[in-house]
Ligand binder design. Structure first.
Ligand code: 1GP
Length: 244
């Protein structure tokens, strides 16, 4: 349980974590080495790999390449069972607890078991909560579930707590990739108040200020994907010397 224990230790020491999300479908694998050089110069602590509509075997190929280039933990954030790669370090074993679609609450997880058996992946049970962000996102389309309104802070806090009580080890508040509005800061704080497990926040975070605000509101780990896909210069904003 190395990846999870490291997240717990960071939380205990109030050390904030940053995951860079690579969506294999939108990523040019030929630029991996250059991308990883930038990652190493930044404050990123984790690499997440996953997407909503990734083709079979694309993830395997990418994870294998990443593994050869970095010692940062590579964590699968899968949109589907076909994105399970044995070469990663861990997998967020997601259950979409904001939705009411049995397929993403339990059926996909059952299907995943036979894919996980032959691997040594560290499996991290994660309660995944989709929050309304101003536009429809890929997760919403693929899972055919409604996000929770971004004004219903208590409902989201109770949903997160229910996840913890069910045994989830992480809660992930997701505004969705490319979200117009990130998860509201007051909502992050409301969720954090009752939660004892680490809190991940992602979706629509595109500036250093938004990153720092999410940390100050209570996020233990922030996930950023689109900002790097659209502008490699974003790495300059989060260079090691610039924060923390
Ligand atoms: C999406 O939370 C992640 O699942 C990251 O979102 O691509 O908007 O940074 P962005």
């Amino acid at each position: 349980m190395t990846v999870y224990n490291d997240i717990l230790s960071a939380k205990a020491e109030s050390k904030k974590l940053l995951a860079i999300l690579i969506d294999p479908d939108k990523f040019d694998i030929d630029l991996t080495s250059q991308f990883i050089d930038n990652v190493h110069k930044s404050i990123a602590t984790h690499i997440f790999v996953g997407g909503s509509e990734v083709q079979v075997e694309v993830t395997q190929h990418l994870v294998f390449k990443l593994k050869s280039l970095t010692d940062l933990p590579i964590v699968l954030f899968p949109g589907d069972v076909t994105q399970i790669s044995k070469d990663a370090d861990a997998i967020l074993f997601l259950s979409l607890i904001s939705g009411r679609n049995p397929k993403y609450l339990i059926e996909k997880q059952i299907e995943a078991v036979s894919y996980l058996k032959p691997t040594n992946l560290e499996v991290i049970p994660t309660g995944y909560i989709l929050i309304e962000n101003g536009k429809e996102t890929a997760v919403q389309k693929v899972t055919k579930t409604q996000p929770i309104s971004n004004v219903l802070h208590q409902l989201v806090a109770d949903t997160a707590k229910a996840g913890e009580l069910l045994g989830k080890k992480l809660i992930y508040l997701e505004a969705g990739s490319g979200a117009l509005h990130p998860v509201p800061l007051a909502m992050i704080t409301a969720v954090k108040q009752d939660l004892t497990i680490p809190l991940i926040v992602g979706g629509g975070i595109r500036s250093k200020k938004q990153l720092v605000d999410a940390y100050n509101a209570g996020a233990d780990l922030v996930v950023i994907g689109t900002a790097f896909e659209e502008d490699q210069d974003f790495f300059n904003q989060i260079k090691k010397t610039k924060i923390g």
